[in-house]
Each structure stands twice: as C-alpha cells, then as structure tokens.
Design a protein around this ligand. Sequence first.
Ligand SMILES: *Cc1c(COP(=O)(O)O)cnc(C)c1O
Length: 734
Amino acid sequence: MLATMKTEIPYDRFAHVPERISGLVDLAYNLWWSWHSSASVLFKLLNRAEWKMSRHNPVRMLLDTPPRFFERAAANPEYLRRYDIIMRRFRQYMEPMTSWFAQHYPGRIPLTIAYFSSEFGLHHSLPFYAGGLGILAGDHVKASSDLGVPTVAVGFMYAEGYLHQHIEGNGWQKNVAEILDRDAAPVLRVLDKNGRHLVVQVPLIEPAIYVAVWKVQVGRVPLYLLDTHIDENLPENRSISHRLYLKELECRLRQEVVLGIGGRKVLQTLGINYSAVHLNEGHSAFAILERLRERLVAGMPPEDALDQVRGTSVFTTHTPVPAAHDVFPEEMMAKYFRGYCPSLNLSWDEFMALGEDPHNPGAGFNMTAFALRMSRFHNGVSQKHSEVAREMWQPLWPDLPLEEIPIDAITNGVHVPSWLNHRIEALFDRYMDSVYPNWREDYDNPAIWEVVDEVTDAELWREHQWLKMKLFARIRERKRLKWSGHREEPANLAAEGLMLDTSALTIGFARRFAEYKRADLIFEDLDRLDRIVNNRWRPVQFIFAGKAHPGDERGKRILQKIYQYSQDPRFGGRIAFVEDYGEQLARYMVHGVDVWMNTPIPLMEASGTSGMKAGMNGVLNLSVLDGWWVEGYNGRNGWGFEGHGGPGNNRADAEILYDLIENEVAPLYYSRTMDDVPHKWVRMMKESIKSIAPQYSSIRMLKDYVTHYYPSVCTYAAGPARQMAGLEEPCAPR
Ligand SMILES: *Cc1c(COP(=O)(O)O)cnc(C)c1O
C-alpha cells in the first residue's frame, strides 16, 4: 500500500533546527501535539511570542523563529528532558500494536474505514470547518487515532475556507475570508512517483475536473484533502474547493461530485483499494457510485457489487431540518452524470430513482434518500433524532413498521483530550494517579470518574474561577485588538463584554445563528430580563457568540437584534456579544462560563455537542430537553425543561426559562458559605463531570460505531465476490 506515493516533510526548510531537537519538525506536522498539552508546551517554551503570533501554528512558528532560540533550547537540560519524554510518548503512540483496536480485534487484517466529510475542524491552524459538523468530524478522526481504528479521512482543502466574523457598529455581520498559507500550515503535498504534486482526474466527468492531493497527519490517521485550485483545471473549476457550502446549487453539486467521486478515486490511486466507507452526512454520498463502478469494471456481477457496496457503507444523518438536505434537479444532474450513468449498468431513470425522495418524488436527486438506499448501515446522532429520522424516512421502507425502520441511534460524543481543560485535567490527575494511572486511555469508563467526588469543593471551584477569569481576559484582549485596529466605536465596548463582572453568574450561549436555535428567546420579555440581569443581590449576565451562515439573512437579523440589546445601557453591560466564534473561542467559553444555555425549538436539534464540552468541564447545562440532553440530563447534573416549540410558543418557553433562572439557578449559585464556595453548586458540577465526560466522549461514540457495524461490514466485505479485482480478504484471522 502507498508504494509509490509519498508525502515528505520539507526538512530542508527547517535546516536551522539543531539535530538534537529536530523531532520538533515531525511533531509540528502531526496534530497529535494539539491534544497533548505537554507537547504544545514544547513549542510555547521555545518562543512564546512567536507561538502567540502564529496563532499556535507550529509550522509557521518553527519557520519564523531565529536560530538562537533553538540553540538556547538545545542547550537547556530542562527543555531537553521534557523534549525527550514527549518524543518518546509520541513515538510510542504511533506504534499501532498497543491500541484498543489491536487488542479487541486481534487476528484480523484491518479493513480500512474511509471517513468522508465535507468539513473537518481539528485545530484553529487548519481552518477547514464551518461549525458543529466539522468539529464532530475532527473529533471522530482524533478518536479513531487514539483507539487505533484503521482509518483514512477524506475532505477538502478550502483555500479561502474560513470566514472570520466582523460585527459592525450597527450589529450587522460581515465576513472576512482567511486565505490559508499552505506552505506555513501543517499540511503536506502528496507526491507522485516522479516527485511532483499528485493530481488525479475525477472519473467520467465532462469537462474534466482534476484534484491535487494534500495530507494532514492526525495522530495515526491521515486526512487527505482535495484541492481544485490548480492550473490543470478550467478557470471555472478552480474555485470548486475555495469555500465551504457554496450557496449556488450547481456549485454545491460540483463540490459533492469532487468530494465523493474524486475522493474515492484518490484513495484508489493511493493504493487504498479496499475499504469500508463512513459517510458523515450526505455531501459525500457519490463516493458510493464510484465504489460500485470500480467493482463493475473489475467484472463483478452487478447484484454482488451492489450488495457488497451497500454492506460496507455506513451513513450518518445529522439533521432533521428538511431544508438542510441537498436536492439537485434532474437537468442539473444530467449535466454531470449522463456520461457516468451507463458505467453503472443503470438507465437514466433507474439512476434518478436512487435519489428520489418519497415525500417529493419530482423534486430531483435527494442526497440523503440516496445515501439511505445505498448503504446498509445508517444512524442518527441521538436517540431522539433517530426517532425523528425514522419517521421522516419511513416511506423508504414501506413494508416495515415504524419501530423497525433501520435507522439506529449512535449519540455523538466529543474528544475529551481536546475539550477537557488542561488545568481541570491536571486536577483530576492528582486524584486519579494512584487509583487509575491510565485513566487517559480509558476515560469512557464511568467508574473512573467517581474519583471526581474526592476532589475538594474549594479546589474545583478555584479552578473554575481561574478559567472564568481567563475567558474574561481573553474577551478584553480581543476587544483591545479591535480597538487598536480602529474598528471600534466606544458605544460597543460594553456590547462586546468589557464590563462583564467576574463575580456575577454568567450564562453562555454560543452556536450557529440558525433560526431554530432561538438565540433570542431570553429577549421575549425585556422587563423581566431587565430585572434578572440587574438584580441587586443576584445579578446574572449573558455572553453570546456565534456566526450566521453568510447566506442566512434571518440568522443575521437575529444576531443584529441581540447585538443591539447588548449595546443598550438598560442592561448595564451584562449582556455581551463576542465576535468571531470558532474553535478557539469555543474552548474559552465552554471552560469559563458558569452555565451553558441551549434553547432550540424541540425536535430540531439532532444532537448538539457544545453542551457536552461544557458539561465535562463542570459548566452546568440549562437546556430544552432536545437532542443529546434528553439522554444526558439526569435531574442532578444541570437543568432541563420540555419546550413547547412552534413560533407562537416562544413566550411560554421564555417564561419557563426565566422562572428557572430566577428560582433555581441564581439562588443555587449565590448560596455561599463562609469560605465563599457554593457547595451545592459544586456538587452539581461534579455530577455533571461524572455523568457527561465518559458517556459523551468520542471514544464511547467510536466504540459504538465499531462494535455495531464493524463485524457486519467485515462479513460483507468477505462475501462471495471478494476475490474479484484482486481484493484482499479482510477481517480474516492472520
Ligand atoms: C462544538 C462546536 C459547535 C457545535 O455546537 P452545537 O452545540 O452543536 O451547536 C459549533 N462550533 C464550534 C466552534 C464548536 O466548537
């Protein structure tokens, strides 16, 4: 495998790094460092100012750091001691034989899982994501690496992918694209056998589209990124991979053709001839077509080919919002697939029927319906969401009763080492060390987390206070930079959080400004809100953040409305809107607020994951019982309430929320003993950590995927036609 293709770290550009610490270059090109805080310290200690300037991008930092910094580090015994420990841990980690997967599936030839996603949120130095779906994909890949599940990931190299949010004085969102400097980011060119950048043609698509291939190493897992911005392409095709989720439908179709068909072709070119696929949402579902075509070309009988492709495909659907599913009209499909279709042994009508939405037969090619038909294994991302999805897609299985519709529930999880704050982690370390020294490998085991009860209230509270200060300091620093960039009007100093009070109960709300999320719910009754925030004895403050989709005018208007409330002196600087929500700000917020609020219209939130990140750091959830929180809430780890939903019912839901805040949340927070610790509150924080960290971790999620699907997928892969096309026999005893 991968015999002819290489990715080489351009070591010659790092000639100024002394031999003794040259492993820093390898570390910089593997995101493993990003979820091991002790490894990131190595970069920070080397050149603190440049580390900050580079926004924690080790490749840029190593390139821009003058030689004397390296010489100083290489002569410092303390630095070298740390360096040696980290490098040993890194090299041990990269050895796959010790992993969970190797131990639980011994004697099997690992069948690679190709994980396709249109976005990956891994770290802020790699801006290839827009929001929750991308962060989830990034966490999935990190967990695959930690567990040693044989995985390759496929996504896009978005050259102008990341949109920063600038809020103008009137509260209107502006988007500013960040252009990625590929030569100073932790991405590598994949080279062909002549040492040139590998370029692959997307099969059978006219006029031809080509993709160049890049690689990001995520621990043990390679992520291959497709890039259309190359000379080989017609000018109109170069921009296919510029940005996420283009608004124009045909551009989206071309993106999805490239991701699915091109992505599968790239894997084949790389020598990954045999794999199962996991489609993270429908955008990449065309990969299934290419897998089918490969088998037909190799002479496999059509029935067998179809059976094998279905049986080795897992599809995860992520949203119950009908408008969020891509549907492409027939004429548009014809433009790209007329030439492709015959290679599948299908007539045009048979082909279009694969993507027919039974609710709306004439509408075109529905990517979710297609992915459900063409994969044997499918799931929603929480119990509740799967119920909704079963109802939504029941017409695809007209003979089955509702409860037997084969859409399973695998609830999302988040990557604990990435989202648990390192100070909280260090605190647990002190208590866990004697009982479970290996807790970092085993943290989906709830028994381990019982140790949290032994942490003293005062200690946990002190760490939490520290993280709250850190968030407020961060908000002030952003403000300062905005001020010095002359983008600031004095009236907005309050609006963006300069007057936040570290001793006041702080409620955070940060997510995409989609209408169903109802970010503006607490503004239903302004007089009541006024009384709550300005309560003399128990003041409450709110911090909002989040972006509206660039094409979502309604979302932008909701955002503007909230921004304007935050400018209103009536609320005394206790309502803040912090601009440019992304992975980094999310980190500060889920660590540093007291309460995490979520108020979607019920049944609209498939899962939600930010509340998991908050809850495992002891930030208490206050949410509508929807998505993951239906399962996560246990009556002792936060607050949950049934929402009414529907536009006419916002007022009723807001009343419940006000009552909860006034009668339960604030009194509990402000009930202090002489030591100024709210002991009952801290008890709830501990309950939150214990109940959420193990169950809503991405390794629990990934083990669910592997144990539910992997053995069956292997069986299909080893089915009757396995000898065809020189396919190896997967999953068999060695
Ligand atoms: C976790 C996360 C999300 C997802 O949040 P939801 O609760 O699902 O809305 C979105 N954006 C960023 C930056 C995140 O870290």
